[in-house]
Design a protein around this ligand. Structure first.
Ligand SMILES: NC(=O)CC[C@H](N)C(=O)O
Length: 361
């Protein structure tokens, strides 16, 4: 038997699976009914313990194709029930085997519905998965005294630049903790992709003569990587830029807006987003705990293009003078609906237009 202890003193008992390690992280909830493999391997969850709200997780197993990164960086998993005997033609191993191999602890048999209600009311908070014998008072004391990690981007960003050659547009991706799905979105459109670490300078990025720069997703607080904001500040107006999730937050900060932490974040695959121009609603895949402050956009050169229909927070931004735009969600849709994949086409059209204008001069 193991137990999940929250910072507010809540204790929930369950059975351990995956690694037998104790763990300390930030507890969040994810509402997707499917896509657990992509979620568990998304580097944006680095430092977090994920509660899956769907009651049965793992029924189609873990396959070799759907990883968003090879080495997952989430800290723990909480489920009502995990499937021990998955069934699917692509199944390679069970969730238990996968989590054991990657040394990530899980706890099952938890009333995830009640737990989600607690997180919704009290907000995301620190939590521990420990053995039953571990003192609750001691765990709460330790959690109160210990800060959550602040170096997640550094942990998951590429160490060195690398190139995936092709004949199409030259796109440089700044890697804050990129998901493979994003890489796929560019390679399947024949782009020549250069991936650079999060702290690469603007001069170095421009030396590669990119046709466009893409700013990836990534874990943690955008305020923890001021160097990335500085770089983007210098890139705006010199090259077309598209940012998603962390990239979106960094563009906002680079233009003078601020970001704040949401009470419990958006994590799921059916998050409705309203597009102001087309007056259409898109279903989107999301995973974020921070958000751009709407009231700080007015004093920048940005405009809000899209917002969340759940809580009216900013979901899309566009620069009024330069080819720069961003969304808070995941248009590569792994996992999730494919409503917004066209944004990659829009970015590449913008890139081609800029290139055309430049070569015509
Ligand atoms: N998926 C992301 O890139 C998330 C961005 C940021 N880490 C947040 O939680 O808001």
């Amino acid at each position: 038997m193991r137990k999940l202890i929250l910072e507010d003193g809540t204790v929930m008992n369950g059975n351990g699976f995956g690694s037998e390690r104790s763990v300390f992280g930030e507890i969040v909830f994810q509402t997707g009914m499917t896509g657990y493999q992509e979620v568990m391997s998304d580097p944006s969850y680095c430092g977090q313990i994920i509660t899956f709200t769907y009651p049965l997780i793992g029924n189609y197993g873990i396959n070799r194709d759907d990883f968003e990164t090879i080495f997952p960086s989430l800290f723990g998993v909480v489920v009502k029930e995990h499937c021990e005997f998955p069934s699917n033609f692509r199944n390679e191993e069970s969730m238990d085997e996968f989590l054991k191999a990657r040394d990530i602890p899980g706890i099952s048999g938890v009333d995830t519905r009640q737990l989600t209600k607690i997180i919704r009311e009290n907000g995301t908070m620190k939590a521990m998965i420990v053995d039953e014998s571990f003192s609750t008072e001691e765990a709460v004391k330790q959690m109160k005294e210990t800060d959550l990690p602040h170096n997640q981007v550094e942990t998951v960003s590429a160490d060195k630049p690398y190139v995936i050659p092709n004949r199409g547009e030259r796109i440089t991706i700044v890697d804050y903790g990129m998901k493979n799905g994003l890489l796929r979105a560019f390679t399947e459109r024949n782009c020549h992709v250069t991936v650079v670490p999060y702290d690469t300078s603007a001069d170095e990025i421009l030396r590669q003569k990119p046709d466009g720069v893409f700013l990836s997703n990534g874990p943690g607080n955008p305020a923890d990587i001021p160097e990335a904001t500085e770089t983007v500040k210098q890139l705006i107006g010199r090259v077309p830029i598209f940012g998603v999730c962390m990239g979106h937050q960094i563009i906002a900060r680079a233009c003078g807006a601020t970001t704040h932490k949401l009470h419990f974040g958006h994590r799921g695959v059916n998050q409705p987003v309203f597009d102001k121009k087309s007056k259409r609603t898109f279903m989107t895949s999301q995973n974020h705990g921070y958000s751009v402050d709407d009231n700080t956009i007015m004093s920048t050169e940005l405009e809000v293009t899209q917002y969340s229909l759940n809580d009216q927070t900013v979901e899309g931004l566009k620069h009024s003078a330069y080819p720069v735009f961003s969304v808070q969600y995941h248009p590569e849709s792994t996992p999730g609906p494919e409503d917004t994949g066209h944004l990659f086409e829009e970015f590449l059209a913008l890139v081609r237009k800029e290139k055309g204008e430049k070569t015509n001069v």
